[in-house]
Write a protein that binds this ligand. Structure first.
Ligand code: GTP
Ligand code: SPV
Ligand code: MN
Length: 625
């Protein structure tokens, strides 16, 4: 039933076209595909059409091979266990390639290792890639995926074409982006972002394949060519390494396009909040990976009368319209969300989004064909058998984790019960405020507001957070993650800050900028703030500030803090307000100096002088505080 019945008539070079019509592809696409075929030497070419039958065919193949298993408790849900060596983004093997080094990365202080992106010369990159790509798809099918980031045909959208030898990647790309023949139509003769992905496991395989998940961890390399609008990724099948529409295109390449065209590509959720008075505001928020974007975007408000709707949970593309209003779209079509911690209490809207048509990667499985991860203990049948993400028996209280900390669900955004009716509006939605945040166990208050646009840019440049499992970093050390973009910068971070500063124009309605911290802890290490649905109380304050209420804030050296009693804490007991909002002078003096040193070390002469000036002012204000 699942056989492809078409008679093979077309060939590209010596390689047969197993599905689709190569001759009818746009000319530039034909050239690109022919080049990839010659380079990677696949056994066949499969031109994807985004249809339901195609999904069924791919799922069938993956089930047969054992890469996927059906989660029988739900309709059309699947579990995938990867090779345990391929579970997260690999930041140390991710490069930006430009002729001029300083187009990609800032002038780092001598002897210091840059952390705001890694540059590789075109010559060195060629040597590295020549060791990897030739013949890398031998014995495998090459899938050609036409996709649109953003609604197909929207003036804010961009088109990409990904070739990949992974049908898991194809399956996820179909959920995370818009795939289909309409993309070819809209593309016509136009240019597109060229995305080349290979698992790096040609047949016959050289390396033992674990969990039916071919990959090549020793040779992982993810390279971006912003000048050519091209991405080449090798060796990993996981998330941000392989779904090239996501971080590689929608952030690293798009941030360069955005700079050139005067807009913004950011690691941000977009949500709307409707107040009990019926007024709607759209907010964008940038938190580092695994720091709460998906949860905030789908928040289930604990305060009565508020309504939240979700536009996007990870990436925002935004530009000022001719009326000076910042408008944002979610370039993605699905959620690739962190599973652990997600449950009916913390994020019911995410739970309801993945009850069907979803893929779960590196979670645990219950004996009744359900998913399981840390945080679901109270939502599974008592005493039920559990198999962990590695395939071993597991039981509550077991010291090992049941699910990998970076295990994820892949679900269509359209299935989210609170998806905003305008989430696919080609015009985008008007953004009233931008919120930065991170995991800051000490010193940083629950919320504050920047004093101006430029001051907000400085605040964003100083974002720090505890390391998480979203990449290969170990431990819980506090890392700088300016603008929540550290792993996703496509060009010199100093130029990026200047681009943000230059966006401010007298004719534009600049969004207010805020900073939040859900993760401050007490002396015993316990969270001071309940978070999740209770975060509405902070959004309520933010919105009142956006509406111009000047009575609820007081100025401090870091910006405006809520006056005591102006955040609605009704119904919450034992909140230590004093500690939650305190601004310890010596912590902040050190922190401000440290941030300045960070910029001097990491961004050097590329740091906009205005940012340094604002930090100097903050340091001076604290020394008198
Ligand atoms: P990426 O998809 O990696 O970009 O992550 P994200 O920013 O979308 O983070 P997500 O919302 O998936 O949250 C990551 C982890 O933080 C989950 O385990 C959540 O349970 C936890 N988390 C989210 N919001 C809160 C909060 O308000 N308080 C606390 N304590 N934990 C939270
Ligand atoms: C992140 O790490 O910020 C993610 C997951 O959203 S990934 O797609 O792997 O980048
Ligand atoms: Mn993310």
């Amino acid at each position: 039933v699942y056989e492809v019945h078409e008679i093979v008539v077309q060939k590209v070079g010596h390689v047969p076209v197993a599905k689709g019509d190569f001759n009818h592809l746009p000319k530039k696409v034909k050239t690109f595909v022919a080049h990839c075929v010659q380079l990677c030497q696949p056994r066949g070419i499969f031109i994807c059409d985004g249809s339901q039958e195609e999904a069924e065919e791919i799922i069938h193949k993956l089930l047969e091979r054992g890469t996927l298993t059906r989660l029988t408790k739900y309709k059309n849900n699947y579990l995938c266990r990867t090779d345990p060596a391929d579970v997260a983004r690999v930041e140390s093997k991710t490069f930006i390639v430009t002729k001029n080094k300083y187009d990609s990365v800032p002038h780092v202080r001598e002897g210091v290792t840059g952390i705001l992106g890694a540059w590789m010369s075109p010559e060195d990159t060629k040597v590295e890639l020549d060791h990897r790509f030739p013949g890398c798809m031998a014995g495998r099918m090459m899938y050609i995926i036409p996709f649109s980031m953003g609604p197909v045909g929207s003036p804010l959208s961009k088109i990409g074409v990904q070739v990949t030898d992974s049908n898991y990647v194809l399956l996820c790309m179909r959920t995370m982006t818009r795939v289909g023949p309409k993309v070819w139509e809209v593309l016509g003769d136009g240019s597109f972002v060229k995305c080349v992905h290979s698992l790096g496991c040609p047949r016959p395989v050289q390396r033992r394949v674990i969990n039916h998940w071919p990959c090549n961890p020793e040779k992982v390399m993810i390279t971006h060519f912003p000048e050519e609008r091209k991405i080449k990724s090798f060796g990993s099948g996981y998330g941000g390494n392989s779904l090239l529409g996501k971080k590689c295109f929608a952030l690293r390449i798009a941030s360069v396009i955005a700079r050139d065209e005067g807009w913004m590509a950011e690691h941000m959720l977009i949500m709307s909040v409707t107040t009990p008075e019926g007024k709607e505001h759209f907010l964008a928020a940038a938190f580092p990976s695994a720091c709460g974007k998906t949860n905030l975007a789908m928040l289930n408000p604990s305060l009565p009368g508020f309504k939240i709707q979700c536009v996007g949970d990870d990436i925002a593309w935004m530009r000022f319209d001719d009326k000076g209003v910042l408008r944002g779209i979610n370039p993605e079509a699905g959620f690739f969300g962190v599973a652990p911690g997600t449950n009916m209490k913390t994020n019911p809207n995410a739970m309801l989004s993945f009850q069907c048509n979803s893929i779960f990667t590196n979670v645990a499985e219950t004996a009744d064909g359900g998913y399981f991860w840390e945080g679901l203990e109270d939502e599974i049948p008592k005493g039920i058998g559990i198999i962990d993400w590695l395939g071993n028996p597991w039981h509550p209280g077991c010291p090992r984790k049941a699910a990998h900390p970076n295990s994820r669900f892949t679900a269509p955004a359209s299935q989210c019960p609170i998806i905003h009716p305008k989430w696919e509006d080609p015009e985008g939605v008007p953004i009233s405020a931008i919120i930065f945040g991170g995991r800051r166990p000490v010193g940083v208050p629950l919320v504050f507001e920047a004093k101006s646009w430029a001051h907000g840019v400085m605040t964003g440049a100083c974002v720090k957070s505890e390391a998480t499992a979203a990449a290969e970093h170990q431990g819980k050390n506090i890392m700088h993650d300016p603008m929540a973009m550290r792993p996703f910068m496509g060009y010199n971070f100093g130029h990026y800050l200047q681009h943000w500063l230059d966006l401010e124009k007298p004719t534009r309605k600049m969004p207010k900028i805020f900073h939040v911290n859900w993760f401050r802890v007490d002396q015993k290490g316990k969270f001071l703030w309940p978070g999740y649905g209770e975060n509405i109380r902070v959004l309520d304050w933010i919105i009142r500030r956006c509406e111009g209420d000047s009575s609820i804030a007081e100025e401090t050296p870091i910006g405006y803090l809520p006056k005591k009693g102006t955040i609605d804490l009704s119904g919450l007991d034992s909140i230590n307000e004093e500690e939650l909002f305190s601004l310890p002078k010596h912590y902040w003096l050190d922190d401000t100096r440290e941030s300045k040193r960070f910029l001097e070390d990491q961004v050097g002469i590329d740091t906009p002088p205005q940012i340094i000036k604002l930090l100097n002012e903050q340091e001076e204000a604290f020394s008198k505080y």
